[in-house]
Design a protein around this ligand. Structure first.
Ligand SMILES: [Zn+2]
Length: 291
């Protein structure tokens, strides 16, 4: 099974930046961890792929969090990426489902609904900066493109896709192409045409095309050259210690109740689904250290 990774490339005399990725394993793991329905898998997989593409240049403690809130059945989706291509994410309602749309595709826009996309960049100092845009269509790719255009003033073409059937995720991947300062404005038309004329990115991945091959497709005629290769994996930063800190946030009364219970308290990490168990004794220790 081929590993996930991303490549970054420059094209059109270094006036266009292209990032392409294969994210099949990432999406497959997220689907399994959260037991997502096929349409939620498509929605979350597109957002995870967007995060993976946006995170290729992160260093140190930097990270990017993408948060979608909508009035559709899934209610919301979160994906975040840290340096080293460590991506994680979750849907608020993993098991909701909708029929395929008129085009025979997963109705991602229908499951997300109307709402907003919040993008939080956390810098190495730990300082977060959030900006938000209303969703364009809820189909994720167009929403990310709208974010780049309106919030960051970077004309951007985004394609993110998941190919799945009831048996699981077959392929996933994505590509972002951005105009750098000094670019010829007609170049974005070429990129948009390139994106429109190429098959769905998940179908390309399913056919065995590599991220390098996806770059060649979207930047056809713009003489792209690969500048770097970047790993991608599903990885969470949770630990028993961090979860214990979150439990403290539930308040003194809740902790007292857990400490007096005869059962272990179960806490589940939202991002990765990992379960942590705390015995009544462990809860008493948390209580003692918190007071
Ligand atoms: Zn976790």
């Amino acid at each position: 099974m081929s590993e996930d990774y991303a490549v970054s490339a420059l094209a059109a005399g270094d006036t266009v930046r292209v990032i392409a990725a294969r994210t099949t394993q990432l999406v497959r793991e997220a689907q399994a961890r959260h037991n997502c329905s096929p349409t939620v898998t498509a929605a979350l997989g597109r957002l995870l792929t967007g995060a993976a593409l946006m995170g290729h240049a992160l260093n140190g403690n930097e990270r990017i969090t993408l948060q979608i809130s909508g009035d559709g059945p899934v209610r919301g989706l979160v994906a975040d990426v840290a340096a080293g291509g460590r991506v994680r994410g979750f849907p608020l309602r993993p098991t909701v489902e909708r029929p395929l749309n008129a085009g025979g595709k997963f109705d991602v826009g229908g499951i997300v609904g109307r709402g907003s996309l919040h993008v939080t960049r956390t810098f190495d100092t730990g300082q977060p900066y959030t900006s938000a845009v209303p969703l364009a269509t809820g189909e994720i790719g167009e929403d990310l493109a709208k974010f780049f255009a309106s919030s960051e003033q970077i004309p951007t073409v985004v394609a993110v896709g998941v190919l799945a059937n009831p048996a699981g995720v077959l392929a996933a991947g994505g590509v972002i192409a951005q105009l750098m300062p000094g670019a010829d404005v007609s170049t974005i038309d070429l990129l948009e045409r390139g994106a429109r004329s190429m098959p769905h990115v998940s179908a390309l991945v399913n056919d065995g095309l590599t991220p390098e091959g996806i770059v060649e497709k979207i930047a056809d005629g713009l003489a792209p050259r690969i500048a770097g290769t970047h790993p991608i994996e599903f990885a969470c930063r949770c630990s028993a210690e961090r979860v214990a800190k979150a439990i403290v946030g539930l308040g003194h009364d809740a902790l007292l109740e857990m400490a007096s219970s005869s059962d272990d308290t179960e806490a589940r990490c939202d991002f990765c689904g990992q379960r942590y168990y705390f015995s009544p004794d462990a809860i008493r220790e948390i209580l003692a250290s918190a007071s």
